[in-house]
Design a protein around this ligand. Structure first.
Ligand code: PMP
Length: 420
């Protein structure tokens, strides 16, 4: 029996939508966050920052002060490129990773997600080639798909993107007469792989890209969240001409501010500002002013330390629990920062097929397949666990449930419990 869903208002307009609209697929992101209100489910799925340490009082005071003193300015339209003082402060943040930049090099965006969208928009025509890691950030794959770019994914290992694999992918593209528009990479505390590109490999990856004349898009929302407080040299600090850098305050202050940025070589930056203007006219003047005032008047470095401490105990909790509850034949990465652990389950367990068992044990994770471009069929033995949000106790309980789900899956000969 086939079931057809009832017609919905607007259905008749679907046929006239652009082909680009067809390529905008339902994102997994809302479903990842959907279970967060369910107290019976332990969600290690969505990667929400933990805001227990949020400097709420300070942000509240700055906001109130701004409205009463400068409301007529901060609630007015602002510059398309972003508030100049905030751009200067962003340069100060980037200097911690070795980047020398001027405020004119920076464009403020509505989260780094918007920066990723703008970069793809100005570089990619339908059918253009983009390289990224295998696995890769879901939100980036969604953007590439919406611009109908072709994605080739290059494997990572414990030291990040594998240079030889990158070389091979570029050579294969060259043989096919194609030059990728850019390499999109998350070098620090990768989402979802949890790995960090070693310093030696940074130079190598940049050298390979330069030799093949391929631009690099460096997405770095987690770089300040090393659990031991260190920072790695940004790719942009090593090659300012050939790297577009995306940054964000979502994980270091709060995602609800929706403030990210892109730092790019002059001509690219100009085009990005023009593109941004057609999307938003200007980024929100109000949240920029709140953030700028907060950064100017409070110890934001100490605030990041507070977040780091809270993530360290959570990372330890997830690693301890994995060692205790996952069966022999499982492997996982050992993140030294960020939010994610990438788990490989034993041969014979498929993480998409495992979902109903996980549901029964009330544990949510993201199956590996979500992090591969559509149709690649990879990711079957992998899953992503996010340790950023729940308490350490809930994380341990979640991993225990995951262990139970895997054991049950293996003992039931893959019979789907949803079918009775
Ligand atoms: N890039 C990566 C790798 C991410 O994990 C995220 C958020 N999960 C983003 C970009 C987008 O972050 P935002 O738009 O909040 O800055």
């Amino acid at each position: 029996m086939t079931t057809t869903s009832p017609p919905r208002p607007g259905d008749r307009h679907l046929a006239r939508m652009a082909r680009g609209a067809e390529a905008i697929r339902p994102s997994e992101i809302p479903t990842l966050f959907a279970v967060r209100g369910r107290t019976d489910v332990v969600s290690l799925a969505g990667g929400m920052p933990n805001l227990d340490g949020l400097p709420q009082r300070e942000i509240g005071e700055e906001t109130a002060g701004l409205v009463s003193l400068g409301g007529k300015v901060v609630l007015q339209y602002g510059s398309a490129q972003g508030l100049p003082t905030l751009r200067e402060q962003i340069c100060e943040v980037m200097s911690l990773e070795g980047i020398t930049a001027d405020r004119d090099d920076v464009v403020v965006t509505v989260g780094s997600q918007m920066a990723l969208d703008l970069v793809t928009r100005i570089f990619c025509d339908p059918g253009d080639l983009v390289l990224t890691e295998a696995p890769s950030y879901i939100g980036a794959l969604g953007v590439f798909s919406s611009y109908r770019a072709d994605v080739v994914q290059v494997p990572v290992d414990d030291q990040g993107l594998v240079p030889d694999e990158l070389r091979a992918a570029l050579q294969a593209a060259e043989r096919a007469g194609r030059r990728p528009k850019f390499l999109y990479t998350v070098p620090n505390f990768h989402n979802p792989a949890g790995v960090t590109l070693t310093v030696e490999r940074r130079a190598e990856v940049l050298g390979i890209c330069a030799a093949h004349d391929v631009l690099v898009v460096e997405d770095n929302p987690y770089g300040m969240l090393a659990l031991d407080g260190r920072t790695f040299p940004a790719l942009r600090s090593l090659d300012a001409e050939n790297v577009i850098y995306l940054g964000s305050f979502s994980k270091t202050i709060a995602p609800g501010l929706r403030i990210g940025w892109v730092t790019a070589p002059g001509t690219v930056r100009e085009k990005l500002v023009q593109a941004a203007e057609t999307t938003t006219l200007c980024p929100p003047a109000f949240t920029q002013a709140v953030l700028s005032r907060y950064l100017a008047r409070h110890n934001w470095r100490a605030q990041i330390d507070v977040y780091r401490d809270s993530y360290r105990v959570r990372r330890d909790a997830v690693l301890d629990a994995l060692a205790e509850h996952l069966p022999a034949g499982s492997r996982w990465t050992r993140p030294e920062g960020g939010f994610f652990v990438w788990v490989t389950v034993p041969d014979g367990v498929d993480t998409d097929a495992l979902m109903p068992w996980a549901e029964r044990h009330k544990i949510a994770y993201v199956p590996g397949s979500a992090f591969y471009a559509q149709g690649s069929g990879r990711g079957g033995r992998h899953l992503r666990l996010s340790f950023s949000y729940p308490t350490p106790e809930r994380i341990a309980e979640g991993v225990r449930r995951l262990g139970l789900a895997i054991a049950e899956f293996r003992s039931h000969d893959h019979h789907n419990p949803r079918n009775g």
